[in-house]
Design a protein around this ligand. Structure first.
Ligand code: 5GP
Length: 184
């Protein structure tokens, strides 16, 4: 991989800064309505969801707690098996809490499915999921997240926290990565 400037590696922009901001504002309002009268633990999945999470919690006008987890997903090649382990566990006791898992993107849906089951076993009051992007063709409807920002087709996207080999997370937009970047 030969990275010169990050911008040069983007085929096209899928969602620009204004579109992202507008959608995150809507999601904040939707979640505030959903969680009215409760104090959810908005839990960002590091590293990919860190930027979405920080925007989302500021768009949410209500009481909340913040936490972060980091998981390793084991699979073959580019597909996830859905079997995960915690690289960083919750920093707070989540028993009896309303937990919202904040993810960058849902692809096969297996990571979030597994995580949800794990949290139910830990005695949370409720567990819901939100992903900023939803690769809707890549998982059955029952593995959809409870909330999402945008549906996208099955392209490899970067920016707004999403990486390729840890690069591009700082791009302020969501872009489709040029194929030659990961095929070379
Ligand atoms: P799954 O839903 O298949 O269990 O895994 C979702 C994870 O796969 C995401 O959190 C993200 O790390 C990775 N992923 C899936 N699609 C993409 C993509 O288009 N771009 C990037 N950067 N990561 C992706």
């Amino acid at each position: 991989m030969n990275i010169t400037t990050a911008e040069n590696d983007i085929e096209y922009i899928l969602f620009n800064e204004e579109q992202i901001k507008a959608r995150v504002t809507e999601l904040g309002a939707e979640l505030a309505e959903y969680y009215k009268g409760t104090t959810p633990v908005m839990t960002g999945v590091l590293n990919g969801a860190s930027i979405f999470h920080s925007d989302l919690v500021r768009a949410y006008k209500g009481h909340l707690f913040i936490d972060f987890i980091q998981v390793s997903s084991y699979g073959t090649g580019t597909s996830s098996s859905g079997t995960i382990t915690f690289k960083k566990d919750f920093g707070t006791d989540i028993k009896g809490k309303d937990v919202l898992i904040v993810e960058d993107i849902v692809d096969s849906g297996l990571t979030l499915k597994y995580l949800k089951e794990m949290l139910k076993d830990r005695g949370v009051k409720s567990v819901k999921t939100i992903a900023f992007l939803n690769k809707y063709e890549c998982h059955p409807r029952e593995l959809d997240t409870d909330f999402y920002g945008f549906k996208i087709e099955n392209n490899f996207v970067v920016g707004y926290g999403l990486d390729y080999a840890q690069h591009y997370r700082n791009l302020p937009y969501i872009g489709v990565l040029k194929k030659q970047v990961y095929e070379s």
